[in-house]
Design a protein around this ligand. Structure first.
Ligand code: FMN
Length: 308
């Protein structure tokens, strides 16, 4: 089984990816949070840093792009090609209102005919030595929309299709729709990647049993909550508190180094703690102290107290 780290805007930037890779490994493909091409500059400075090869040494990284614009897509493809990338992932899943109202991310799924035309034009001009993978939801409003979408995906040489079996209206809640994922599993022309709600070894086993020929899964929140999840799935040791402490401490120091101060690093770590907290429902008071910390001294003390 191949394990991919899901892109998570605000969390899985290069600092997080590198630390996860160094401390736990196990992930075979990392995806950047989405890059949204802008006219003239194409890639923003922060995004440039995130994809710079020197910040991503030794890991298999796939940049993800969010756009509805053919020219923008082809321009950023060229830029990413120049950086040495040979796979790009196309985002059809983002449910954020600011994205959807512009017809991007899962907002694009509302206009299947336009999406078809987009792929037609993009693939006609796509560099021969590059591949495009897609990350999608089942649809915008109803899971049944997926039938038509899959027929479109199947018309193009997409290298890999990641399906998060929810619709936009679900955001990240409601049950995943495995019956509709089965359609992708059975009828996709390209390999499929399952993504959604794998938080424990049991969650993974359930997906494995239901889709025995599946070879690729992508995990987001489950890995942020438990960075040793892939190791556990592979039969290794469960995450110890000592390990988690060391991982979060090293992550904090790396962010401090990158951002130039502890305070900004603290804000990044608080995001991570929001997920880690789910492992410790009976220690909410200590976690609240960490998440509410106003400065780095309070934060550091909160973390010490939590692990003591
Ligand atoms: C805070 C947050 C940020 C996300 N950012 C992105 C993103 O930039 N690109 C993307 O394709 N999906 C993004 N996602 C969706 C995840 O990649 C993934 O599809 C989703 O969380 C379901 O998988 P999981 O249950 O394993 O977390 C984001 C999700 C969250 C919660």
């Amino acid at each position: 089984m191949e394990f991919y780290l899901a892109p998570m805007e605000g969390i899985t930037g290069y600092v997080y990816r590198n630390q996860l890779h160094k401390s736990f490994g196990g992930v075979t493909k990392y995806m950047t949070p989405f890059l949204a091409p802008v006219p003239k500059r194409v890639i923003k400075t922060k995004e440039r840093r995130d994809i710079a090869p020197e910040n991503n040494e030794g890991i298999h990284l796939v940049p993800q792009v969010l756009t509805k614009d053919v020219e923008g897509m082809l321009e950023i493809t060229q830029t990413l090609h120049d950086y040495g990338y040979r796979e790009i992932n196309f985002n059809l899943g983002c449910p954020a209102s600011t994205v959807v109202t512009k017809g991007k991310g899962s907002g694009f799924l509302r206009r299947p005919e336009d999406l078809d035309r987009f792929f037609d034009r993009v693939f006609a001009a796509f560099p021969e030595d590059m591949q495009l993978s897609v990350k999608t939801r089942l649809g915008y409003e109803k899971p049944e929309e997926f039938q038509k979408l899959l027929a479109i995906f199947n018309r193009y040489p997409i290298m890999e299709l990641t399906v998060h079996p929810r619709v936009r209206e679900d955001f990240y809640g409601n049950e995943v729709n495995l019956a509709m994922f089965a359609l992708a599993y059975e009828e996709s022309r390209c390999p499929v990647v399952y993504n959604g709600d794998i938080v424990t070894v049991e969650d993974y086993e359930r997906i494995r049993e239901r889709f025995p020929k599946l070879e690729r899964v992508m995990i987001g929140r489950g890995l942020i909550q438990n960075p040793a999840l892939v190791r556990e799935i592979r039969g290794g040791m469960p995450l110890s508190e000592e390990e988690l402490h060391r991982f979060l401490q090293e992550l904090y120091l790396e962010y401090s180094r990158e951002l130039g101060n502890h305070k900004d690093a603290m804000f990044r770590l608080k995001e991570v703690w929001g997920y880690v907290a789910k492992r410790y429902p009976d220690r909410m008071r200590e976690i609240r102290n960490i998440i509410k910390a106003k400065n780095e001294t309070d934060y550091e003390q909160g973390v010490r107290l939590f692990f003591s």
